[in-house]
Design a protein. Structure first.
Lengths: 257, 460
C-alpha cells in the first residue's frame, strides 16, 4: 500500500464527522422546515431579545471566567515554573490531575460541595464551576512558555538595571504572551459554548447560549438551532483568527495551540 | 566613600554549591581601566566568579567591592556593572534600538538623549542603520555586537564579558578580538573578560588571571604568564610546553632528561625536586654536533603553517616537542640545545601522595575511605592516626573499577617527557596523583590499587 493512502481513514473520518455536519449546519441554518432558502432564522435571532440577551450574557460569563482564570492561573504558572518551588514537577501534575476526571462528574461533585456548604447555586456557583473546570487549560500553556524562557534574558534585564517589578513587566510578561493567548483561547472557547455546567450549577435557572442551542435542537427546531450554532461558530472562528495573528507576530511559540 | 585605587576588590571569596566548592578563597584586585581576563578550563569557576561580580549569584563567604563600595549582597540591578552574555541574551520581543535603549529607558533618560546614545553605541560596534531590525534576523556576530552595544550604552564602571566570542567562527572571533581591544582603549572603562581560550587571553589582556578548580593559580601580564608560569598547570594550559621532572643540583644548575644544564634560577636549595618547563620554540634543533646538549631521533614532523612541530626522542628516553622554521624529517638524528634563560624551573607542589589515615590493626590501615593492607607494623596500634605516603609511580590504575580498592576519575593529564602525571579524583572526594606510562583519557573511570610494601606510614 502506498504511504499516501494511509491518510485515507482519517480523511474519511473528517469528512463524516466534521465536514458533512458543518455543511448540514449551514444548510439547515439557511433553510426553513420545508427546505426552502430563507434568512428568517437569523432575523428571528436578531428580533428576539431573549436569545440576543442570552448570547450577550454567555459572552459576558465567558469573559469573566477567562479573566478569573487568567488572574488565578498566571501566578500559579509562574510559581510552578520557578525551579526551587517545583523540583519534581509534582505540583504541575496535581494541577492537571482534575482533568483526568470527567467534566460532568467534576461538576456534579461541585454541586454536592455547594449543597454540603449550604451555598446557593446560581451565577456565583456557575462562575466557580467554570473556573474550576477550565483553570488547568489556562495554567498549562502559560507554564510551558515560562518554563522554556531563557533565564539569561531575566539576568540581562536585571543587569541593565531593572528591579524585579520591571523585569516582570518588561521581559517576563511580554515573552509569556503566546502562552497567555493560548490560555485565553483554550478557556474562552469552551466556556462560551458550554451548557451542561450551567444546567447543573444553576438548577437550570440561568440559560447560556449553549443551553438555548441545545433546547431548540431538542425541541425539534433544527433550523433555528443550526442558525444559532453557526453564529456561535463564527464568533469563535473570528476570535481564533485574531489570536493566531497575535501568535505569529510574537514569533515565539510555546503555547498549546 | 572610601578611596581606593582598585575598581574591583574581591576578598577571600568562596562559593559553595551544596557540598561542591566552586570558588575557594579568591582574592583579586582590578585596577581602573584595566583589561583583565579570567582564564581557565571549563568548570574551573571562572564564570561563577564573574556572576558573583555581576550579582546573579551571591558569595558564600568573603567580600566584593566595586569602586570602594561593598556590594557583596547588592542585587544586580543596583550594581554599576553591565554584562555581555555568552549567548547574547537579546530580548526577542524588542528590536535592535529597543534592546540597546532598555537600560537607558529604565533610568528615565530623555528621549533625544537615548536616541543620540543608542546611535553612537551602534556606531561604536559598527552597526549603524540597524536600529529597526528584528534581533532574530541578525547573524551571530551581529547579535553579539548589539549585545555589546546594549551594555556599553549604559556607561558602566565595569564591563563584564562572559566568553562573548565563544559562539563565533574563528575568522569572526579574530576580528571581534581586535575590535574589543580598540573599544576598550576608546571607552577607557574596566573590562573583565572570561574565556577558556588562552590565545584570546594573551591577545587581549593587560592582566591574566589563570584559574583551576576554584582557585587562582597565577595573576600576571600575558608575558609573565607565558614566560614564567608558576606551576606545571599554568605552563601546560598556556601555550605548548615540555614539562619534565628535574632536580635542582645547586643554584643555577638543574638536572633533567639525564643531563645537567646551566640555568638562571636559584634559591631552591640543593638536590631539590623541581618541574622544568621548556617552550618548544626555545629548543634549538640542528644536525648532531659538539654543540648539542642532547641528541635524539625525530619521531614525527608536522607542518603547522608558520613553523614545523617535531617530536624528538632523546637517547635517554625522553620525548621533547620542538618547534622550528626548518623541517627535520622523521627518522633523522638531531642535536638539541636549550639556553639557560629558556629553562624555567618551578618548585614541585608535591613529591608524593600524602593522606591522613587510621590504623585498623597491625596489617591494615584506613585512608581515602577504604581499608588497605600494609606491611606488619609494630610502632602503631589499632586506632592510631598516621600519615600515609605513597609515591606517584606506586599507585596502580586498573581498567576495571571492580579490580581496585578504590575508584575514581582521571581529571587532569600532564605529559612529562617520559611518563604521564595524572590527577585522579577519587570517589572519596580527594585527589590522588599517579605517574604512569599507560595512556589514559580525561574522564576515564579507574580502579586504584596500592601494594602493601609501597605504603609508607609515619607518625602524625
Amino acid at each position: 500500500m502506498r504511504r499516501r493512502n494511509w491518510s485515507l481513514p482519517y480523511a474519511l473520518f473528517l469528512l463524516v464527522f466534521v465536514v458533512i455536519p458543518l455543511l448540514l449546519i449551514v444548510l439547515y441554518a439557511f433553510t426553513d422546515e420545508e427546505g426552502a432558502f430563507t434568512m428568517s432564522n437569523f432575523r428571528k435571532f436578531l428580533m428576539h431579545p431573549e436569545a440576543m440577551n442570552t448570547f450577550i450574557y454567555s459572552i459576558g460569563i465567558a469573559i469573566i471566567t477567562t479573566i478569573v482564570c487568567l488572574l488565578l492561573g498566571y501566578p500559579a504558572a509562574y510559581i510552578l515554573s520557578q525551579k526551587h518551588y517545583n523540583t519534581s514537577k509534582t505540583m504541575v501534575v496535581l494541577f492537571i490531575l482534575p482533568m483526568w476526571v470527567n467534566i460532568l462528574i467534576r461538576t456534579l461533585a461541585t454541586v454536592a460541595l455547594f449543597d454540603f456548604l449550604q451555598l446557593p447555586l446560581g451565577e456565583g456557583a456557575l462562575v466557580f464551576g467554570m473556573v474550576y473546570n477550565f483553570l488547568p487549560f489556562m495554567i498549562y500553556p502559560i507554564y510551558n512558555t515560562l518554563q522554556k524562557m531563557d533565564q539569561s534574558l531575566i539576568e540581562a534585564a536585571q543587569d541593565l538595571g531593572a528591579n524585579p517589578l520591571k523585569v516582570f513587566s518588561k521581559v517576563i510578561l511580554p515573552l509569556s504572551s503566546p502562552g497567555v493567548i493560548s490560555g485565553i483561547v483554550m478557556v474562552f472557547m469552551p466556556t462560551v459554548s458550554t451548557f451542561a455546567i450551567a444546567e447543573l450549577l444553576t438548577m437550570n435557572n440561568i440559560k447560556l447560549f449553549g443551553t438555548t442551542v441545545q433546547e431548540n435542537i431538542y425541541n425539534g427546531m433544527w433550523n433555528y438551532g443550526a442558525a444559532l450554532s453557526l453564529i456561535m461558530l463564527l464568533l469563535i472562528g473570528i476570535m481564533s483568527l485574531f489570536t493566531n495573528d497575535e501568535d505569529n507576530a510574537q514569533n515565539e511559540s510555546g503555547g498549546v495551540i | 566613600m572610601q578611596q581606593s585605587t582598585y575598581i574591583i576588590e574581591v576578598q577571600n571569596v568562596s562559593k559553595y554549591f551544596g557540598e561542591k566548592v566552586a570558588l575557594d578563597n579568591i582574592n583579586l584586585n582590578v585596577k581602573k581601566g584595566e583589561f583583565v581576563t579570567i582564564l581557565g578550563p571549563s568548570g574551573c569557576g571562572k564564570t561563577t566568579l564573574l556572576r558573583l561580580i555581576a550579582g546573579f549569584q551571591t558569595a558564600s563567604e568573603g567580600e566584593i567591592r566595586i569602586a570602594g563600595n561593598e556590594i557583596t549582597q547588592t542585587p544586580p540591578h543596583l550594581r554599576p556593572v553591565n554584562t555581555v552574555f555568552q549567548k547574547y541574551a537579546l530580548f526577542p520581543h524588542l528590536n535592535v534600538f529597543d534592546n540597546i535603549a532598555f537600560g537607558l529607558k529604565l533610568k528615565k533618560t530623555p528621549k533625544q538623549v537615548i536616541e543620540k546614545k543608542v546611535k553612537s553605541a551602534l556606531k561604536m560596534v559598527g552597526m549603524t542603520d540597524y536600529e529597526d531590525r528584528n534581533v532574530d534576523s541578525l547573524s551571530g556576530g551581529q547579535q553579539q555586537r548589539v549585545a555589546i552595544a546594549r551594555a556599553i550604552v549604559n556607561e558602566p564602571e565595569v564591563l563584564l564579558l562572559d566568553e562573548p566570542l565563544a559562539a563565533l567562527d574563528l575568522k569572526m572571533r579574530k576580528d571581534m578580538q581586535m575590535e574589543l581591544k580598540e573599544m576598550h582603549q576608546k571607552l577607557g572603562i574596566t573590562f573583565v573578560y572570561v574565556t577558556h581560550d588562552q590565545e584570546e587571553a594573551l591577545t587581549l589582556s593587560d592582566t591574566i588571571v589563570v584559574m583551576s578548580e576554584g582557585k587562582i593559580q597565577q595573576i600576571g601580564t600575558p608575558m609573565d604568564i607565558y614566560n614564567e608560569p608558576i606551576n606545571s598547570f599554568v605552563a601546560d594550559f598556556i601555550g605548548e610546553s615540555n614539562i619534565l621532572n628535574g632536580t635542582m643540583i645547586k643554584d643555577e644548575v638543574v638536572r633533567f632528561a639525564g643531563h645537567e644544564f646551566e640555568c638562571v634560577d636559584k634559591g631552591f636549595g640543593e638536590n631539590a625536586p623541581v618541574d622544568v618547563v621548556i617552550r618548544p620554540e626555545d629548543i634549538y634543533i640542528f644536525d648532531p654536533s659538539d654543540a648539542a646538549q642532547l641528541t635524539g631521533t625525530v619521531s614525527s614532523c608536522i607542518f603547522k603553517g608558520v613553523h614545523f612541530e617535531m617530536l624528538v626522542q632523546t637517547k635517554e628516553g625522553y620525548e621533547l616537542m620542538v618547534q622550528d622554521y626548518h623541517a627535520f624529517e622523521a627518522g633523522r638524528e638531531v642535536g638539541l640545545l636549550v639556553k639557560p634563560f629558556d629553562i624555567h624551573v618551578m618548585k614541585k607542589e608535591r613529591t608524593c601522595n600524602t593522606f591522613e589515615g587510621k590504623m585498623i590493626d597491625e596489617q591494615h590501615v584506613e585512608f581515602l575511605g577504604c581499608e588497605f593492607e600494609c606491611l606488619p607494623q609494630t610502632q602503631f596500634s589499632a586506632g592510631d592516626k598516621v600519615e600515609v605516603q605513597i609515591d606517584f609511580q606506586n599507585v596502580i590504575l586498573e581498567d576495571n573499577e571492580e579490580d581496585g580498592r578504590l575508584t575514581g576519575e582521571v581529571k587532569f593529564i600532564l605529559y612529562k617527557g617520559n611518563h604521564y602525571h595524572l590527577t585522579v579524583f577519587t570517589d572519596w572526594d580527594e585527589d590522588i596523583y599517579v605517574d604512569t606510562n599507560d595512556v589514559w583519557d580525561d574522564g576515564d573511570r579507574v580502579g586504584i590499587t596500592i601494594a602493601p610494601e609501597h605504603i609508607r606510614l609515619n607518625k602524625l
